[in-house]
Design a protein around this ligand. Sequence first.
Ligand code: PCA
Length: 174
Amino acid sequence: MKGSIVLTVIVSVVCPMAHMARVFVYGTLKKGQPNYFRMENTSHGQAEFLARARTVEPYPLVIATKYNIPFLLNRPGTGQRVYGEIYRVDQKMLDFLDRFEGCPERYQRTEIKLEVQDGDSGGENTPKPGSIEEAFVYSNHEPEWPLNQTYESYDAYGDHGLTYVLPEDRSPEQ
Ligand code: PCA
């Protein structure tokens, strides 16, 4: 009896944590960017900011399609080390993000190595500055796209003038 109570307590503590994941966002999901509000919407699940970080390897970050969507191309070794933010998300938020990002058609969710910059000081899950961490990232494997302009830090409102079009505002035929 006592054993089963202990087991129940252990399972209820450990299981929710087993469903937490880390996601590195580098585009419109970052703070201050057009889709950040979706990360804050608790009806989508939970997302906790952990730290700012940049990729250990260089990648091409391009702005593509007629909707000016940012894509980190899965071609390590080309482009620049890309800046973004690491979040700790629950399974519900991860499922939401997969749907929102059109995974696995538009983006593929892959793993990436990151060098932590500065974090949410004191947070128990916050990785240390300088440490190397892994997280999921929504990247794209599109061998045809040209790399004439790559970015190290995406800003939808940057002087490139390529205004991001929200999914809600896109024409139905896409
Ligand atoms: N959303 C995801 C991938 C690109 C985008 O705009 C992100 O911010 O990481």
